[in-house]
Design a binder for this molecule. Structure first.
Ligand code: AMP
Ligand code: ZN
Length: 114
């Protein structure tokens, strides 16, 4: 496997603004925020994206969503609301090929997305 930006962040080789860290997940602030709150939650283990999830990832994927939900609440977003946006592949707008669950909040979002 080649170098992966988010694996390097998870390993502490590249700095980030950490919001939450545990054995399995790391959450940090997006370097180019698209909303007042923009946090990326990643599994520490490398998974390229949604399309690469396997049966064995079921527990991880569930806990990824639960972890992100708790972070959103801790950030005070649960009352007004927020959005999780996992981009996948070229048309989905994915630019970093390490699964990341972005939490976006702090403003109202439009629908449909651009
Ligand atoms: P996506 O385009 O959905 O794959 O999301 C990748 C996100 O990673 C973008 O919102 C970038 O701004 C963000 N990003 C890229 N490099 C870094 C970094 N070094 N630290 C924090 N966020 C980053
Ligand atoms: Zn990775």
């Amino acid at each position: 496997m080649g170098t992966c930006l988010f694996c390097d962040i998870a390993a502490g080789k590249i700095p980030c603004t950490e919001v939450h860290g545990d054995d399995d997940f790391l959450a940090f602030r997006d370097i180019d925020p698209k909303a007042p709150t923009h946090i990326l939650v990643i599994p520490r283990g490398h998974v390229s994206g949604l399309s690469d999830l396997q049966d064995a990832d079921q527990d991880m994927a569930g806990r990824l969503v639960l972890t992100a939900s708790r972070i959103a609440t801790a950030e005070g977003l649960d009352q007004a609301g927020y959005r999780f946006v996992i981009n996948c592949g070229r048309d989905g707008g994915q630019t970093v090929d390490h699964l990341h669950l972005p939490i976006l909040g702090g403003r109202a979002f439009g629908w449909p997305p651009g």
